[in-house]
Write a new protein. Structure first.
Length: 414
């Protein structure tokens, strides 16, 4: 059975070797392309909210207890980071808010801090002038914020709307800081040439270029070569000939290239590169549909669409329940986007809806094993995000190989 299975996977050894060699060569520009696409992925910024938060607290220290959970590292602009850090130091122990503090505690602490506003601001000035890396810029921004507060002091002292706005701004700053600091993948987010910018047109932070190491290049080349070597065997099992065979080949190549590029970006950023996904998925689906039509079997298109609908809705529904129970997402929407391609296209080409189920099942199992291995290695923790896209991409490859095994097994049973 093993010999028959291998023979089914590689019915044309020469074609498999040629395909593997071409794919290995193609992996070189593919890795470079993915590295460039990494730089294009968004960086979460809340620059306006940062200014609003600082102004709100500097204008009225009674707001501090409600936003004390904000960390200096949550700020993107360098001078905002330094000002908040100095404010925390200036408040000292008086500004420490316990984890179990309720609304009454926050109100009481805020009333205690309010009379000392002038002293706290003077201490912040002193710290910015003597203990920060860019005293002139920090002081200029600090005085700008304080001046803005003083101009609207009558409103600041009386408006509950500003209290709500300050808390809302704090939540936005925390969310963006969490996205940059915890959800950035293996890549880095670094200061730009203008780290004090408060404009999204000239952001203070950007993604750093991911070094193309020999290990990354070698692993990518190996994955591309292995996947390409399997294509001739899949096309032998798929019910395609003539033009349908050509379209199926185009679909598989597009799906494979998209899977590799998107997986590399996902590992670096925990973002799905939507433009690349859209281009690859669109081409893969178009070629798969053309293959089905050329084969005179348009009904197989429904198999792919059915799998996308069933599995996509199931995963999104499960994620919704997970969010309600745990208060966090179990998976990103990018994983659902990948399913549109990795779970939908193979069933169209194979004219077998089971390939869709096998794809997602294999992806989940392999992804679970990958997460467990990373957990044992100390690279991830229970509540940390995990790049699941690469495993979903591997799932459809395993599913197609299983289809070959299933075909060989059925032939052996006859």
């Amino acid at each position: 059975m093993v010999e028959d299975f291998l023979a089914g996977l590689f019915p044309h050894p020469i074609a498999a070797v040629v395909a593997a060699a071409l794919a290995a060569l193609a992996s070189i520009p593919l890795v470079s392309f993915a590295a460039r696409r990494t730089l294009k992925q968004p960086v979460a910024l809340a620059l306006e909210a940062e200014g609003l938060l600082l102004a709100g607290v500097l204008g009225d220290l009674r707001r501090w207890p409600y936003v004390a959970q904000v960390r200096a590292t949550d700020f993107a602009a360098a001078h905002h980071h330094d000002i908040w850090e100095a404010l925390v130091r200036a408040l000292g122990e008086n500004g420490v808010i316990g984890e179990n503090a309720d609304a009454d505690d926050c109100a009481r602490i805020g009333e205690q801090l309010a009379p000392h506003r002038s002293e706290v601001l003077d201490q912040v000035r002193h710290l910015l002038a003597t203990a920060s890396s860019q005293p002139a810029l920090n002081l200029a921004r600090f005085e700008e914020l304080v001046a803005g507060v003083e101009l609207s002091a009558d409103v600041t002292a009386s408006s509950d709307a500003l209290d709500v706005a300050t808390v809302t701004a704090a939540e936005e700053v925390i969310a963006c800081g969490n996205d940059r600091n915890r959800l950035s993948g293996s890549g880095l987010v670094v200061p730009t040439a203008n780290p004090n910018s408060t404009s999204t047109d000239d952001p203070p932070l950007a993604r750093a270029a991911t070094p193309t190491t020999r290990l990354r290049g070698a692993v990518t080349a190996l994955v591309c070569a292995a996947g390409a070597a399997l294509i001739p065997g899949w096309l032998t099992v798929f019910p395609v000939t003539g033009a349908a065979w050509v379209f199926a080949l185009v679909s598989l190549v597009a799906l494979g290239a998209m899977s590799v590029a998107v997986s590399l970006v996902d590992l670096d950023t925990l973002y799905i590169d939507v433009p690349v996904w859209a281009a690859g998925t669109g081409l893969a689906w178009a070629a798969a549909i053309a293959s089905a039509l050329a084969a005179g079997d348009p009904g197989r298109i429904l198999a792919g669409l059915m799998m996308v609908a069933i599995i996509g809705i199931s995963l999104e529904g499960t994620n919704l329940l997970f969010r309600l129970v745990r208060g966090m997402d179990g998976q990103g929407f990018g994983d659902t986007l990948l399913i549109i391609a990795t779970v939908g296209v193979p069933p169209v080409l194979a004219s077998d809806y089971r390939v869709g189920f096998w794809s997602v099942f294999a992806g989940l199992v392999i992804g679970g094993l990958g997460w467990f291995a990373a957990r044992l290695a100390g690279r991830v923790h229970r509540k940390e995000p995990f790049a699941f896209g690469p495993w979903l991409s591997v799932g459809w490859v395993v599913a197609c190989c299983w289809l070959v095994y299933d075909s060989v097994f059925m032939l052996a049973m006859r």
